[in-house]
Ligand binder design. Structure first.
Ligand code: IPE
Ligand code: IPE
Ligand code: MG
Length: 251
């Protein structure tokens, strides 16, 4: 499928509401949501997506009731233990980003095991789990690293530009997302990738994450192909019609 976006990012939201509407506990919603991850991961790889970034747990999610956080950490580990074979079979590389030091040891170790196991030089797809992840924290961490380099005399303030900041984020080698999908119907970013989504196409669906099936995924891809990405230009420029010279800028 050539129409697939190169980098897809997903805010997997709505597990709790899915369970509540069935008078189940939230845990069951998270269980069902975890199953969708498997299907979406392999389908994206088969469709030609090169990078898939999933928001699994935010820095703010640490403030949920302890019992729910415990369930989510347990599910993560349980899930990775089963997912690893599938990743190997499909040559999908796992990466994780966020304040990973905050994860309990058993979760951190399992994530690291699968990251090491799938460290391919040329993966078919890179799957990134955002765990204990905050978009603002990512920028804070980048600012700190840059400040340290300035203190050590390895950089000066004149070196700071957009490219330098991008190169100090958690994944300097991953291009910005082309498509950001949010399930659960809320029109907000919830501290997901902030810097990286400057020109990402946004797709919000009311479908709750446990109901997000492959049809829903392809619907999102189809909408994406119908968008015109202008990156600040005019439509005429984008379609390659003859246009006059651009405005001169001081160098
Ligand atoms: C998303 O589902 C999973 C996580 C945030 C970990 P929620 O648990 O946020 O589900 P809702 O939004 O309450 O329905
Ligand atoms: C966003 O969902 C985080 C994840 C999907 C991991 P939330 O449920 O935490 O977002 P808010 O609280 O509704 O903004
Ligand atoms: Mg939610």
């Amino acid at each position: 499928l050539s129409s697939a976006p190169k980098h897809v990012a997903i805010i997997m939201d709505g597990n709790g509401r899915w369970a509540k509407s069935r008078a189940f506990g939230r845990t069951l919603g998270h269980h069902e949501g975890a199953k969708r991850v498997d299907e979406i991961v392999t389908e994206c790889a088969d469709a030609g997506v090169r990078y898939l970034t999933l928001y699994a747990f935010s820095t703010e999610n640490w403030n949920r009731p302890a019992a729910e956080v415990t369930v989510l950490m347990g599910l993560l580990v349980q899930h990775l233990r089963a997912l690893d074979k599938k990743l190997v079979k499909n040559r999908i590389q796992l990466q994780a980003k966020g304040s990973l030091y905050r994860l309990p040891d058993f979760a951190y170790n399992e994530v690291q095991r699968v990251v090491d196991l799938t460290n391919y030089a040329e993966p078919r797809m890179t799957l990134t789990l955002c765990l204990s992840y905050g978009g603002r924290q990512e920028i804070v961490d980048a600012a700190r690293t840059i400040a340290r380099k300035i203190e050590e005399g390895r950089l000066t303030s004149n070196h700071i530009d957009e490219d330098l900041i991008s190169r100090h984020l958690y994944q300097p080698n991953v291009p910005d997302p082309d498509l950001l999908i949010r399930t659960g119907g809320d029109y907000r970013i919830s501290n997901f990738l902030l810097w990286e989504i400057a020109y990402t196409e946004l797709y919000v669906t009311p479908t709750l994450w446990p109901d997000f099936n492959l049809d829903e995924l392809h619907k999102a891809f189809k909408v994406y192909t119908q968008r015109e990405r202008r990156f600040g230009l005019t439509s005429e420029q984008v379609i390659g019609a003859p246009v006059s010279n651009s405005y001169p800028q001081p160098s």
